[in-house]
Design a protein around this ligand. Structure first.
Ligand code: FMN
Length: 351
């Protein structure tokens, strides 16, 4: 109830101000008390980690690692902070985030605004509770050696990250997505994994990809990812495409589209990825999850875990418990181990 009222009030602010107010409030008022333990039927093991439930917070909400514990207390099974770049950077000029109300979607072109590695490291090191917190790493816009920025991320956060996500799929840093090309990706993953071997702790490394890839490009990415023996992939980031069904006048704003209209595209790419990975590593399914049915559909497309962000804007935090309740019911019919990828072939063929 309170969550719904607050969500409605925040709607009166522009998207970025609402987000800032939410982070400020979560910092001041972390939800009190221990969180109720999750139903044991929701627990999942992946990448050598034990997740209390498979529903995670996607990157971009807690860019600076301000509130991972508060978000966990709201019920997420894991929280991905970032994207973090070595140096603080302001990102693109405002306005740079837009709610497409009629479409239950968001367009953003933030451009990796963040406080940089050092301050996030301080906050993550000071954390008292020890839930699963992934660190999503990226490159500074003006970096002379972008791959070196990812290497720094792995070196800097090795002690505090439960896992790393290598973000080569943001549409808002010009040229970043070129790192998805096979030669560049090969070098990136080799240097990142080398850094991981040298680091104080050996953390799982995941690769987050765009949904705007041809099947040839996806073939190349999965081949390199499998050869490099990374631990998993996150599918997907926001799309630069604009489905013809969009109704909001803000649909023409440039940037990455997320939320409900991203669901079918990102789920199809997830299924196509699942079929190419052939069980070598698990996948996190992201894009347009707004309820238990969408979450379960991601699992059937090939995800072992899911993440969401945009639907929180529309549904508020009660969404998390609703998805978990729905998943417990769905697992009674079809346990997670049976559901994963059960519809991948069919979904991959669509579209
Ligand atoms: C405002 C906003 C900022 C985002 N920032 C990041 C980011 O910094 N790094 C990243 O990997 N993904 C970022 N994302 C993408 C999300 O992590 C996610 O992949 C995408 O939004 C699809 O999920 P959703 O439809 O549930 O929002 C951002 C998304 C939004 C809406």
């Amino acid at each position: 109830m309170i969550g719904k009222a607050v969500t409605a009030l925040l709607r009166l602010l522009d998207a970025e101000s609402a987000h800032r107010a939410t982070i400020a409030a979560l910092k001041l008022l972390p939800p009190l008390g221990a969180r109720a333990p999750d139903d044991p039927r929701l627990s999942v093991s992946a990448f050598g980690l034990d997740f209390p439930n498979p529903v995670g917070l996607a990157a971009g909400f807690d860019k600076n690692a301000d509130v991972p514990e508060a978000m966990r207390a709201l019920g997420f099974g894991f929280v991905e902070v970032g994207t973090l770049t070595p140096h603080a950077q302001p990102g693109n000029p405002r306005p740079r985030a837009f709610r497409l109300l009629e479409d239950r979607a968001v367009v953003n072109r933030y451009g990796f605004n963040n406080d940089g590695h050092a301050s996030a490291l301080r906050r993550l090191s000071a954390r008292r509770l020890k839930g699963i917190v992934g660190v999503n790493i990226g490159a500074n816009k003006d970096s002379p050696d972008r791959i070196a920025d990812y290497v720094k991320g792995v070196e800097t956060f090795a002690d505090v990250a439960s896992y790393f996500t290598i973000n080569v799929s943001s549409p808002n840093t010009p040229g970043l997505r070129d790192l998805q090309e096979p030669d560049a990706l090969l070098e990136l993953l080799a240097r990142v994994l080398e850094a991981r071997e040298r680091a104080t702790a050996r953390r799982p490394v995941l690769l987050k990809i765009a949904p705007d890839l041809t099947l040839d490009q996806l073939d190349g990415i999965v081949r390199v990812a499998r050869d490099a023996h990374i631990d998993g992939m996150v599918v997907s980031n926001t799309t630069i495409s604009r489905p013809a069904t969009l109704r909001s006048p803000l649909a023409s704003e440039s940037g990455g589209l997320s939320g409900a209209p991203l669901f079918s595209l990102s789920t199809r790419v997830l299924a196509q990825t699942f079929l190419r990975v052939e069980g070598q590593f698990p996948l996190i399914g992201v894009g347009g999850i707004d309820g238990p049915d969408a979450a379960f559909a991601k699992l059937e497309a090939g995800a072992t875990l899911v993440q969401l962000y945009s639907a929180l804007v529309y549904e508020g935090p009660a969404l998390i418990a609703r998805i978990k309740r729905g998943l417990v019911e769905a697992f009674a019919e079809r346990p997670l181990s049976v559901a994963i990828g059960a519809n991948a072939k069919e979904i991959a063929r669509q579209g």
